[in-house]
Design a protein around this ligand. Structure first.
Ligand code: WQD
Length: 335
């Protein structure tokens, strides 16, 4: 199977590319390197011995995407490319809607033209908004609290409607929880531009000395230790979920949603303390005010993915902390 990975040089895209290559898939990366590095392709080749073909393009560029589809005869598309910073999306919502929706529409139109019928979409637990109860199942209400989340929500709706209208199209919507960790080689990992928004890259940059201290955003939530609880999932487990999603898409029609999480919630201080214990590095932190838009608790019920995709998250929090640090200490300045 020949698979296009849009945004394939990104954090989750690159880890998925490695797993697909190692499972025998032929992979092609399309990336504009807005939020990723061309060096990732070299690293994927070092890990797997296979260099994915690369198209440097913007997935919203219809002419460029059309030429790529004409050159390559894809069997499937895994769509990672998109703007993904929650806070930034509040500042520049129109850019987020334009980019994150146009890319999906361009792909759908081009796939239709070239009879490519398998679409796996990188969605997010952020579509659940402020959950009424946890753990979260796929049938629970969705409602968003920021433009980034709304673009995921709208893309899910677009893809669901497209699959309903086209009996040949198979769509799998993967709702990621909180991906952290890195490939055991330490050659690829999370490489945010500027000051990290997310917890683990912030911790690893404190550990490596790039940042002085961690700010813990609130310790007055209704959680065991007062800090926010999330479902952290190892990025390699998440990547393997895409393999299962492609296999499912190849034997089903319509659109299907799956939570990719572990069902285990950990607090901010759980992460900090486990990271310190596993890696022998103290992480100085200060308790700060809550971050606007944050929720107290969010973790998955992954039973549907477990049973239907035959997928399970196998790696635990210690692996996530060890592998995150292994990436950062070997790449203190990122790529
Ligand atoms: C985790 C916890 C923070 C940073 C976001 C997006 C989601 C997905 C993953 C894209 C929270 C706390 C964080 C820090 C802190 N991204 N925290 N200090 O907000 O759960 O999810 O990233 O798909 O869509 O919403 O992840 O890592 O930012 O925060 O205390 O410097 O860590 O309050 O409790 P989040 P996060």
């Amino acid at each position: 199977m020949k698979v296009l990975l849009t945004g394939g040089a990104g954090y989750i895209g690159s880890h998925t590319c490695v797993e697909l290559i190692e499972a025998g898939f032929e992979t092609v990366i399309a990336d504009n390197f807005d939020n990723s590095s061309p060096k990732v392709v070299d690293r994927i080749e070092r890990i797997t011995g296979t260099r994915p073909k690369l198209y440097t393009l913007d997935v919203a560029d219809k002419a460029a995407v059309d030429e790529m589809f004409e050159n390559e005869h894809f069997d499937a598309v895994v769509h990672f490319a998109g703007l993904k910073a929650v806070g930034e999306s509040v500042q520049i919502p129109v850019r987020y809607y334009r980019n994150n929706i146009d890319t999906t529409l361009t792909l759908l139109e081009t796939m239709k033209k070239y009879h490519v019928n398998l679409f796996v979409f990188s969605s997010s637990a952020t579509v659940y908004g402020v959950p009424e109860t946890v753990p979260l199942t796929e049938g629970m209400p969705t409602w968003c609290t920021n433009p980034y989340g709304w673009t995921k929500y709208m893309n899910e709706q677009i893809l669901t409607d497209a699959a309903r209208a086209d009996e040949e199209l198979s769509v799998v919507l993967l709702r990621y929880f909180n991906p952290i960790g890195a490939h055991k080689s330490g050659l690829i990992g999370e490489n945010p531009n500027g000051i990290p928004n997310n917890l683990m890259p912030y911790i690893t940059q404190v550990a490596v000395g790039k940042l002085p201290r961690l700010g813990v955003f609130g310790n007055d939530y209704p959680t065991p230790d007062g800090t926010g609880v999330r479902d952290y999932i190892h990025v390699v487990d998440l990547a393997k979920g895409h393999l299962k999603a492609l296999e499912y898409a190849a034997s089903h029609k319509g659109a299907e949603i799956f939570n990719l999480g572990t069902s285990q919630g950990y607090s901010v201080l759980d992460i900090v303390n486990t990271f310190s214990r596993v890696n022998g590095i103290e992480i100085p932190y200060d308790i700060k005010d809550r971050r606007p838009g944050d929720i107290a608790e969010c973790y998955a019920d992954p039973k549907k993915a477990n049973e239907i995709l035959n997928w399970h998250a196998d790696l635990g929090l210690e692996d996530m902390c060890r592998d995150s640090w292994n990436w950062q200490k070997n790449n203190p300045q990122g790529y």
